[in-house]
Design a protein around this ligand. Structure first.
Ligand SMILES: C[S@@+](CC[C@H](N)C(=O)[O-])C[C@H]1O[C@@H](n2cnc3c(N)ncnc32)[C@H](O)[C@@H]1O
Length: 271
């Protein structure tokens, strides 16, 4: 007698195995999973070396930021992520882009460079810190992109609350206050700010690799090591998990969460 499995299409067989086995199917795993930090770094370097190279103006902005304050400079996307987002823009061809969280304009410039091939496209980026917003504006000018980019020194919630729903957004990059992602997302969707094929890219949704563990720890401890920074990171990770769950259950949108960079969530309206 034929086994029931033989009658199932291969895809269903794989799905079944995933449901019934605690071990992930090999195709769901990355070749990097079992490698040590050094080989992960060299794989990243290899990917970097074989991707669109970082334009000189961006390299000098990044290097100056790292020299000024290496810890703060970690707020910027990596050059590889910048190249990915520029590539994304060249495929999606958005006309109206909104970035929440400019910092000094590094990701802004990557995105805006992608927009140069799209006539009439604009990018608005917001930064709540006045001094930093000013630096972002200067960097945008330095990159020759002042005609495309508007830097506003306004908190993201305020900007979203006042955004004209008739001025639809084709692309939103969310990278501001990590604890407020659910609010940003809800404002965009509730106020119907996205165009029909609009996309949201959300950064840091796997926040330092701490988010997925929140999914399995029902009552995550708050005080194990006592370190303030570690507690803060855990708090952010918990909120990020709650955000990811919220989006995953929202029938108004579809999404794919990519375990690349610090975790990237791509969201669009449900079709
Ligand atoms: C991760 S950094 C952005 C990095 C930038 N997108 C890049 O990759 O080059 C987040 C920035 O958001 C700003 N920020 C924090 N809360 C904000 C808010 N409520 N509204 C706007 N900006 C905010 C912070 O001051 C910080 O500069």
């Amino acid at each position: 007698m034929l086994s029931r499995h033989v009658l199932l299409p291969p895809r269903l067989l794989i799905a079944r195995r995933l449901i019934h086995s605690s071990r992930p199917h090999p195709t769901l795993r990355s070749f990097l999973d079992n490698s040590d930090e050094a080989s992960q770094h060299s794989a990243y370097q290899y990917a970097h070396n074989h991707s669109q190279s970082e334009p000189p103006v961006l390299a000098s902005i990044r290097e100056a930021a790292v020299a000024r304050d290496p810890t703060e400079a970690q707020k910027m996307v990596s050059p590889l992520q910048g190249a990915f987002m520029r590539h994304f823009v060249s495929i999606q061809r958005p006309k109206s882009v909104l970035e929440l969280g400019s910092y000094i304009g590094y990701s802004t410039i990557w995105l805006a460079q992608g927009l140069q091939a799209i006539p009439g496209s604009t990018l608005c980026t917001c930064e709540s810190d006045q001094t930093i917003a000013h630096i972002a504006e200067e960097n945008v000018k330095l990159a020759g992109l002042a005609d495309t980019v508007r830097v506003v020194n306004v908190p993201a919630d305020l900007l979203l609350g006042e955004w004209d729903p008739n001025h639809k957004l084709d692309l939103v990059f969310i990278d501001a206050n990590k604890s407020a992602y659910k609010r940003y997302y809800s404002m965009i969707i509730n106020r119907d700010l996205l165009s029909e094929n609009g996309q949201i890219i959300v950064d840091n949704v796997l926040f330092h690799g701490q988010v997925h563990t929140q999914a399995t720890i029902s009552n995550a401890s708050n005080d194990d090591d006592g370190a303030k920074a570690a507690r803060k990171a855990k708090g952010i990770a918990r909120k990020m998990h709650s955000f990811n769950e919220f989006v995953a259950k929202d029938p108004r949108t579809t999404q794919v969460l990519l375990p690349i960079f610090d975790g990237l969530l791509l969201i669009q309206k449900a079709k």
